[in-house]
Design a protein around this ligand. Sequence first.
Ligand SMILES: [Zn+2]
Length: 249
Amino acid sequence: MQIKTKGIVLKVQDYNENDKLLAVLTEDRGVIYAYASGARRMKSALSTVSSQLCYGEFVFFKNRDKYTVDSAESERLFFGIRKDLDSLAYASYFCELCLSAANPEEEAKDILRLLLNTLHMLENKKVHPAMLKAIFEFRLMSLIGYAPDLIACSECGEFEKAAYWFDTQSGSAVCTDCRPNGANGEVLLSKAAFLGARHIVYAPMEQLFSFRIGENSLIELSVAAEKYAVTQMDKVFPTLEFLNSIRTF
Ligand SMILES: [Zn+2]
């Protein structure tokens, strides 16, 4: 059976002397693991599309549970990210998060769109990558059913207090008037960071990247988003460990 769908390559492994194994996030079927025959040879028609971050239209052949790439046409290769070590480290982490978040054989249009938009912003360097990372983490968690509850304080219901404790396990928040001291697993968010997180979770996709916050608030937002994603996914991400070992903030 042939399957034609748009997708982006999240991960590439050398499978044997000639072939590669690709993990492709697709619109129609979530993450597909597919063999690209001959892709390790320079002259192969699949060599360009068998690289991480290649986005395009893929034609897969499915035989029982095994997929192979029949053909593919690249539309975007994100060279600006590939040639920059920092950007590539961010992108690789976004890819690894998607690998864990998208279910096989399930439609993943929204996840794919979020990833493509984030990579686009990462490539054109107009927004701080730490901001993009926080946006990606909170929004991705929301898309897969782990949206935090950032409307208001869960105790008094006030939605514009000076600061909140954000619980990275339950995803709820309590203002510092209701509870002066945070508990284990909670991080402090100033009002600006709290409103930023709220924007990320609830804004329409077209407005997702259109907000700015100061550096201190961004640091808080960044800590909260990362802890939240890692706690919700309950996983260690080697690409995140690498990213955190090289990034300055
Ligand atoms: Zn309160």
